[in-house]
Design a binder for this molecule. Sequence first.
Ligand SMILES: [Zn+2]
Length: 324
Amino acid sequence: MSPADAAGPADVVVALDVGGTGMKCALVRPDGTTVHTERHPTDAGRGPDAVVETILDVAEGLAGKARADGRDPVALGIAVPGVVDEAAGVAVWSANVGFRDVPLRDLAAERLGLPTVLGHDVRVGGLAEARLGAGRGTGHVLFVAIGTGIAAAHVVDGAAASGAHGAAGEIGHVLVRPGGPRCGCGRDGCLEAVASASAIARRYAEATGAGPTGAAGDGGPTGTPASAADVADRAAAGEPAAARVWAEAVEALADGLATGQALYDVETVVVGGGLAQAGPRLFDPLRAALHERMTFHRRPRLVAAALGDEAGCLGAALLALDAR
Ligand SMILES: [Zn+2]
């Protein structure tokens, strides 16, 4: 059924991308082909111990599924959010899953008896985009994921740098607006306090007097708080408040990406995450604003991510394939 069995006849790796709300899971062949996918709720509210148990159960189930299908699971890759010590295989800290110094790599290796690699969700997403997606064919890639927060991965020749403490790529906390809106990290004026999808929705609600966004149904005249995508639509339709909030976000993103380019001198900037779905409404003005800021620096290519929300899972698979 699957082509090209040259390398390992029935080899697959087990890949998990653990997020705050859900886990994306797959069995992936050495050529990058996905042969099976599953999704499971994370249910982070149950606490980190229960989440770890679920991760181990799901991984074990996937390895069992592979064997039942006549395949040979050869390694496991797990991607998690937050601060990740990849060398030690430890999930150091995560706000949305609750991990505190969880030795997840060794726990999983012990349970499944497979070589296991632990990665950071955005770094492995960047790895996948650089090797299989929108950055393919270029050696120096900056992947920037814009959703609830903003984080980046600098990928050089197919490897993402993790930093000395597992916290590289926190471009969302680059200071772009001194004295600006308060960031979740406690400082005023970070990039993600102005330009993340949630910041755009919040700033638009504030600008239009709809109040802070809350549960659907309590957010103002239309019933539901406007999302960042709604703000993009309304900006394009010429609504002044939306146009202002959107333009401020784009300008702030251009400042943040210009800082990234000054540091890394990449060929390609790949923007992913929910905000990238705004398409040309984001990319056209952002490209122009970024290029405006380049003086002697080379202008990077600015493109939308190609792998969508599969990037993290594919990246976890790539780590596992590299570790075989
Ligand atoms: Zn911050």
